[in-house]
Design a binder for this molecule. Sequence first.
Ligand SMILES: C[S@@+](CC[C@H](N)C(=O)[O-])C[C@H]1O[C@@H](n2cnc3c(N)ncnc32)[C@H](O)[C@@H]1O
Length: 468
Amino acid sequence: MSEILVFFTQTNILEFKLPELKTLAKLSSVPLTLNENSHDKKNPFLVLDLQSEDDAKRLMKRTVLMRSMYELWASAKTHDDLYSQLAKCPHHLKAQYVQRPDGTFRVKVDAFGKKLQDPDRQDRLDKILGILPFEGKVKLNNPDQSFHLLELYGQAGSKTPDKPLRVYFGRWLMDGQRDQIRHYHLQKRQYIGNTSMDSCLSLLMANQAMVTENALVCDPFVGTGSLLVAAAGCGAYVTGTDIDYNVLHGKGKSSRYNQIWKGPDENIRSNLRQYGLEHCYLDVMQADFSKCIWREQPLFDAIITDPPYGIRESTRKIGSDKNNLVNHEHLQNHVPSCTKYGLTDIFRDLLNFAAKFLKKGGKLVYWLPVYTPEYTVDNIPQHPCLELVANSEQPLSVHVSRRLITMRKHLDYEEARESELQATVSDDHYTESFRYRYFHSAGVPEQKAKADARDEQDPLDRERKVQS
Ligand SMILES: C[S@@+](CC[C@H](N)C(=O)[O-])C[C@H]1O[C@@H](n2cnc3c(N)ncnc32)[C@H](O)[C@@H]1O
């Protein structure tokens, strides 16, 4: 057993780190025992007991939230305690890494939540080199071994204490896959839209869904295909649907600054081609999610999606409040009208869809918007065939956040009792317009927020008007 120190990236999605860690442990068959209750989710450090360095490296292969891992040599509340622990450093570690005249090394001192002055840094360095007299040559770039003193002073923004809350010393093992976030960054993406999912969250969703090579993954609200890119990056075959023809086919107005119309190469296929992933692209279809287009059977290994909330895009489905029948001769060129698709219905349809079309053991990963003052765990939609695996919050404003929900299909559709086969979605939370609450909680006066909520313009209509 070795003690491993994990350093997580510091973002507003710190709540996602343990779910990702647990998922990756399952995916790479690394035994992991976590006492989640004793862990402060704001603390970017976590100590794990792992069986081997190899296990640690396997955990890091796909992570986007773990920045680095270290073999922990000492951890204490004060520097003096840390130095006395280092003085008692086990003989085998000294023999392997300190008494190595033929190797190269470096020692780095880093503080989190405080800027260290150079003299303080030098003082710590001198103390460590006094206790651990490394015999190799110093090499700052790419040494054989890198040792780190890491000091935690607390969260950025909170008052910085004089003394650190905790200090750690360890040998660097491996960095996570933060370079994948840069590789897939939206700034360099061929085709993006107003609601394209950023690369870190897309990769995180693919991890949560345990997407693996040759899996079949679907995004039923595919938009510009950001989630398909992340899933294809994990080796999956990808497909999706969207109601909006212009979004699917890269037509109409561009979301890019300084560009009016979308260019010829702005579409989902080009996005996959850009990363050498076109062979994973099955295709996408224009379809209204409220009307099922798939043959009913368990098809997908994972469904990852970001349904519309009605804030930056409208929640619409095909339908009409009028009872007009379209004449047969007009059917060919008929553009069906749209009616409102309430959030309660969207999430009910999504869970019912996952219950039918996921293979047993497959994952549904999706974003659920919530109004935080009223949120309780009972607001999470449920289905008898799906069990909740993870539920983490990303705050969007003081009163509104979205939660990344991971569910696993644990029961075949036929196994569930027919009376229970419908998803249940907490009506109270979603019947009153989420859009109204969003605007009102953002400081928009009540009357105007109500008007804004009513004036939900269909982007399809808007786009059509622009083109005509
Ligand atoms: C939040 S966006 C998805 C963005 C996408 N993840 C991306 O990275 O571009 C939601 C998408 O759902 C689509 N949508 C809205 N109503 C729909 C419906 N009834 N059926 C299918 N798609 C719908 C919208 O056109 C929009 O592209």
